[in-house]
Design a protein around this ligand. Sequence first.
Ligand code: ATP
Ligand code: MG
Length: 511
Amino acid sequence: MSSIKDLNSLSQIIKDEINKVENHINTASVGQVVSVGDCIATVYGLDEAMYGELIVFPGPSYGMVMNIEENNIGVALFGDDISIKEGDLCQRTGEVVSVPVGDSLLGRVVNALGQPIDGKGKINATESRPVEMPAPSIMDRESVCEPLETGIKVIDAMIPIGKGQRELIIGDRQTGKTAIAIDTIINQKNKDVICIYCAIGQKNSSLTQIVNKLKQFDALKYTVVVSANASQSSPMLYLAPYAATSIGEYWMRQGKNVLIIYDDLSKHAVAYRTLLLLLRRSPGREAYPGDIFYLHSRLLERSCRLTDELGGGSITSLPIVETQAGDISAYIPTNIISITDGQLFLNTDMFNAGQRPAIDSSLSVSRVGSAAQTKIMKKESKNLRMELANYHEMLDFSRFGSDLDKATQKILTHGAVLLEVLKQKQYMPLSMSQEIIDIFVVQSGSLDDINPAKVHSILKLLSNYIMTHNIDIYKNIAINKTFSDEDKKTVLSILKDIKDAKINDALVTED
Ligand code: ATP
Ligand code: MG
């Protein structure tokens, strides 16, 4: 009897177990392509897909969920759309788009998904980070107070940039925007700053040139290049700056300093507009979608300096924006100006007149201000802006009459020499000590009696002479952070000797 009872209970147990097995296949993670074209796939059946989730198509090729509608979802495709056909099955991955991060990326050129495109083989990254991350909260941030030296005299003296700052580089096409960014990267050599150059919508040929220049100046080894070139799909262009930021955040969270260049965000805005128009989102002003401000604010808010408790790392970002005919009050420029902590405005007329870098001091500003400057630089450069403004005012004024009084004449001569000193060739970043001495010399008025055309050769002779005979002056500025009256006197007396032709090239090189 007892064995029949045992069998009954056993069959009950088996029945219960069978009932527990769910009698349905999980179809929520497999969908079907309804239509595909222009790098957008409309997919039916992925009801539970998340915004930003990675979807895998046959191939495999990948896409990101950008639209969630009642019956279908819109997926932005990262590869070409030729290999995907109507009716193809696709699958959720349950993951958001992420990029590999870590030191193995240094010296590499990658696309917006972090895949290498430089032909140097696989990147052996052990970690990855989601492309979209929330910006650090206010409590996690520290104020910007340490300078990030660009090596460009006019910027370090008048519009200083600090670590953790966001400074916009804005100007018409071909005004030297990229040049400033690349020089800043080159100047970070041996300064413990990791650089990321994010190229958005550029030609492959210009990117190759940039990578070659970085290699030539030995700057590629501390730089990562993230590129979404003009021939790639708009989803890749859209993703590139976020991917670059995620790559940088990895180092920032480790307490390191990072510099990111976004070249440029106007092309990024256009790519986003294309993408969303293809997804049939409603267009707003200038056909840009309504969230175009959020597109860039959530990107640039991720640049900051973290508190010491969080390691004190930083991301400094230099976004670039191209204007049309100098119109900085256009839609995208004003948006980004209001997000950043200042802008370097490049003036086309100045550029064409040979005043390069063509930074317009009247329209350029750093809202972090002199907090991001060393004390000596702050002291030496405090009058520059005023003097330049005076010069431009007097120059306009002097066009009306030929009879100028002595004071006006003096302002004009000094201004012309000052502008000459602020000119700087590409790929020639200066050390802080050199910059300070140049500014000190011109501010002392000792160059005012020199033909502006000769100013550069005199300054070169001066720095060469100091380098060979009075290196302590440089050391005092760079290491001890002092520029004593005695050192100043020595500099001026060397300058006098150069002017009196007592020092020439031959004397500089001898020991
Ligand atoms: P685009 O709008 O095409 O991106 P851009 O504003 O980035 O142009 P660059 O490509 O940096 O401008 O520079 C334009 C040209 O000016 C280049 O040929 C570059 O070599 C030259 N140039 C830039 N800066 C300087 C400089 N300081 N001295 C001399 N030439 C310069
Ligand atoms: Mg450029």
